[in-house]
Design a protein around this ligand. Structure first.
Ligand SMILES: CC(=O)N[C@H]1[C@@H](OP(=O)(O)OP(=O)(O)OC[C@H]2O[C@@H](n3ccc(=O)[nH]c3=O)[C@H](O)[C@@H]2O)O[C@H](CO)[C@@H](O)[C@@H]1O[C@H](C)C(=O)N[C@@H](C)C(=O)N[C@H](CCC(=O)N[C@@H](CCC[C@@H](N)C(=O)O)C(=O)O)C(=O)O
Ligand SMILES: Nc1ncnc2c1ncn2[C@@H]1O[C@H](COP(=O)(O)OP(=O)(O)OP(=O)(O)O)[C@@H](O)[C@H]1O
Ligand SMILES: C[C@@H](N)C(=O)N[C@H](C)C(=O)O
Length: 458
């Protein structure tokens, strides 16, 4: 982004907007001084600590101006323009919306219990064949991440693809009203963050908030195989397009073939075309179909979208094949986990070709609330000693799965470790894994199975 300090002060209705401002151009925005690039506006936010305490670090990294909370005015710096606001997060959001209205791109918003980041990446790849596209960086998908995404747009951005996450009611409503999408996508309804909702029905209600800001002439694209979405979609007036396996969908997949490196499929809309994505997992076909419907909505021909999907680059640690120090194949899915995603990736893992053992390393699925133990035990349906020979479990809730597996696995095949004993898991796993084995790593962000991955790759 490129904006004058004067323009920023006016956009965020700064209490000192009327003052004379130096002729300073801002070329970026950062809320973490350590990642701030020279020429940026620093946005001090409150987390466990207070961002205002890092202003000197921001200046040292090249900040040319800063937002500043009025209640911190006494500590305001004097060596760069200070834009005084009641709340720096609200001001960041106001600035993001102002800049969105200034650039005025088309907006595609993507949410869902699982598949948001993958679908966002796929959508951006197909739209980039015809448009200048900005997309959410990594997983920056909340009340901070979305304005940061909007402010990352180049002036020539024609479409912005915005990933939207939520774990409470009202969050998607706010984000949808903020960005006013032209296209809203819901990938699926799972159990992510069900701790804060209680039921999948309520998760579906919260996910549907993404259409609250959808333009009247906008399009709602969703997983038509999900009854919870089908019934709720009847309440909205905008154009709707669905994807899934059922033939009643706008876009229905068939002839799905998945291997370690790729997954191919055909569709009802373009029966002569075989689509291929560089990812394993039939569930990624749904993500790709969502992207194909977005492409079609933007009048991009299927063969052009087909080529883009074939070479799109997924974000790391999403069903990603890597190689360990022993030569073993590692299926890294360590960014996050919840029951539907874990079951889908276990099923895909169990079907891959292997000459040695398949080893599943499963970390706790967090934020599942009172249902946690039941949902952890339910993973047993996707674990069979005939296909996945060894299971390592890490986390307090995984005790429930360990107990359940004791009825179908030999005791020597199940290895359970409380959360804090992950180093022991790593040590034991490294003692047993061989070059012919495959290792699946799947667990919630908070369990940090990336530590296991790092040890296997070291
Ligand atoms: C407020 C904030 O910036 N938090 C970030 C911060 O966390 P922390 O509280 O530990 O910060 P500190 O106390 O260390 O510092 C306070 C502030 O000072 C800044 N600072 C610190 C040190 C320094 O030397 N210089 C500094 O300027 C610092 O930047 C703080 O602003 O740091 C963490 C590590 O970098 C960040 O992870 C943390 O960011 C929070 C989580 C955040 O929301 N970041 C967004 C950009 C984002 O989108 N993050 C996504 C994850 C979003 C997510 O979890 N989505 C859920 C849905 C939930 C929606 C909503 N309810 C929610 O809770 O987010 C999903 O399911 O996808 C990501 O990074 O992946
Ligand atoms: N359509 C889908 N249905 C079920 N599971 C999926 C789907 N897409 C992806 N997954 C699973 O979810 C994992 C995370 O994928 P991705 O990061 O794209 O989702 P996300 O919604 O962004 O996740 P998070 O909310 O944790 O950031 C994948 O590695 C895969 O295991
Ligand atoms: C970061 C938060 N939104 C999230 O995804 N939580 C999961 C369950 C985790 O931290 O593991």
């Amino acid at each position: 982004m490129k904006m004058q300090v004067t323009e920023i002060a006016k956009a965020v209705q700064a209490s000192n907007a009327a003052q004379a401002w130096p002729d300073v151009k801002v070329t970026g925005v950062a809320f973490d001084s350590r990642k701030l690039t020279a020429g940026s506006l620093f946005v001090p936010l409150s987390g466990a600590n207070d961002g205002h305490d890092y202003i000197q670090s921001a200046i040292d990294h090249g900040a040319v101006a800063t937002l500043w909370a009025e209640d911190h005015a006494a500590q305001a710096p004097t060596t760069l323009p200070v834009i005084l606001v009641p709340d720096t997060l609200v001001a960041l959001q106001q600035l993001g919306q102002y800049y969105l209205q200034k650039i005025n791109p088309k907006v595609v918003a993507v949410t869902g219990s699982n598949g948001k980041t993958t679908t966002k990446d796929m959508v951006a790849s197909v739209l980039a064949t015809q448009f200048n596209v900005t997309k959410t960086h990594a997983n920056f998908n909340n009340q901070i991440g979305v304005p940061i995404t909007l402010l990352s747009m180049e002036p020539n951005t024609e479409v912005v693809v915005v990933e939207m996450g939520m774990d409470h009611f009202g969050e998607l409503d706010f984000l949808s009203q903020l960005v006013q999408p032209d296209v809203a996508v819901i990938t699926m309804i799972g159990e992510a963050h069900i701790e804060f909702f209680g039921t999948r029905d309520k998760i579906a209600d919260a996910k549907m908030e993404i259409v609250h800001g959808l333009k009247e002439d906008g399009t709602f694209i969703y997983n038509g195989d999900e009854p919870l979405l089908q019934e709720r979609a009847q309440t909205i007036d905008q154009r709707q397009r669905t994807f899934g396996l059922q033939e009643t969908n706008t876009l229905a997949a068939s002839a799905i073939e998945t291997s370690r490196a790729t997954t191919s499929f055909k569709t009802n809309l373009w029966p002569e075309t075989t689509f291929t994505i560089p990812m394993m997992g039939a569930y990624n076909v749904n993500n790709a179909m969502a992207a194909l419907l977005v492409a079609d909505t933007f009048h991009i021909r299927a063969n052009v979208a087909q080529q883009a999907l074939a070479k799109f680059v997924p974000t790391e640690n999403r069903t990603e094949w890597l190689t360990g120090q022993h030569g073993e194949a590692i299926l890294s899915d360590v960014y996050n986990s919840n029951p539907t995603a874990a079951k889908r990736v276990l099923a895909a893992f169990a079907a891959t070709p292997v000459t040695g053992k398949r080893i599943a390393v499963l970390g706790d699925m967090l934020e599942l609330g009172e249902q946690a133990d039941t949902l952890h035990a339910s993973l047993a349906t996707e674990l069979d000693p005939q296909t996945i020979q060894t299971v390592y479990l890490n986390g307090e809730h995984m005790r429930a799965l360990a107990k359940d597996l004791a009825t179908k696995y030999p005791a020597t095949a199940i290895h359970y470790y409380p959360t804090h004993e992950q180093p022991q898991l790593i040590n034991d796993l490294q003692q047993t894994v061989t070059a012919d084995d495959e290792v699946l790593l799947k667990g919630s962000h908070g369990i940090h199975l990336e530590n296991v991955l790092a040890a296997l790759e070291a």
